[in-house]
Design a protein around this ligand. Structure first.
Ligand SMILES: [Zn+2]
Length: 273
């Protein structure tokens, strides 16, 4: 393995209808808004195949059960299927038992699609409860992708932070590897029309995303940029054109495209002196 590696993980949160359900928006039009995710997935799978890229799809249990054929197409194309909750409800609002049940039910649904449990987890709405890290370890996950304490370098998630007014007491580092994300490298806030926001110019957003990759190249010999997309957001025509161009530009800059699982395993190998 060469010493200099600049990885890119293209991750797709296949929320489909589950996100609107979690927001209690279940009219037929809101359902159709989520349904467009299936059209988006078909377009994304074609694009990834053309570029021979393996990506990571975070799939809520509700999506896996509602769209088994589409999710099966993702798995059959060799992409990683990761856990994104059962419903799209944040674990912060759940009891210990509810969170555990959601993890197990979600993995049951994923097993039916991919034949194996997920090794990665991304919280719906990117928020973790005080129990999340320990529950993920207990249930056999090797990575999470919901936190923001770095941009390009994975790190060990902590358990047991105590937030108090004079100074925060950090908990112990665990074996759970964090694949950090950010709102700036997520398509949803830039593009999705919610409460008057979104609908940004795709080329301007791409310039921001490329800037983060360029910074990583200048700043480190090894790192991984994780970009987050939602099929019902990025799947619109002009954004798909941008995603294709984004992949070309990243390739020209020397990006190696990998799944989150591959990046995590490579990070763990590098971590051992
Ligand atoms: Zn989501």
């Amino acid at each position: 393995m060469p010493n200099t590696r600049h990885l890119v993980c293209l991750s797709f949160d296949f929320d489909a209808v589950s996100l609107w359900m979690a927001w209690d928006l279940t009219s037929q039009t809101n359902i159709s808004r989520g349904e467009f995710g299936v059209v988006g997935v078909e377009r994304i799978l074609k694009l990834l195949k053309r570029h021979d890229i393996q990506a990571t799809f975070f799939v809520p249990g509700v999506t896996a059960k509602t769209y088994p054929e589409c999710c099966g197409d993702i798995a059959d194309a060799g992409h990683e299927i990761s856990h994104h909750g059962y419903t799209h409800v944040s674990p912060v609002t759940m009891s210990y038992q509810e969170e555990l049940d959601a993890l197990r039910r979600g993995n049951e649904a994923i097993r039916r699609i991919s034949g194996r449990d997920a090794v990665g987890y991304r919280s719906p709405a990117w928020d973790l409860s005080p129990n999340s890290v320990n529950l993920l370890l207990q249930e056999g996950f090797i990575y999470d992708s919901s936190m923001m304490a770095h941009d390009y370098m994975p790190y060990r998630a902590r358990s047991g932070d105590v937030v108090q007014s004079d100074a925060i007491r950090f908990g112990e580092e665990t074996d759970l590897i964090e694949m950090p994300i950010s709102w700036s490298n997520d398509d949803f806030p830039h593009f999705e029309y919610v409460r008057g926001g979104g609908l940004q110019n795709a080329d301007h957003v791409m310039a921001n995303w490329l800037g983060d990759f360029r910074f990583m190249i200048a700043d480190t010999d090894w790192g991984v940029m994780t970009y987050t997309f939602h099929p019902f957001v990025i799947g619109r025509g002009h954004r798909m054109l941008m995603l294709a161009e984004f992949i070309n530009r990243l390739s020209d800059l020397g990006a190696d495209f990998v799944t989150a699982e591959t990046a995590v395993r490579e990070f763990k190998q590098k971590e051992i002196p």
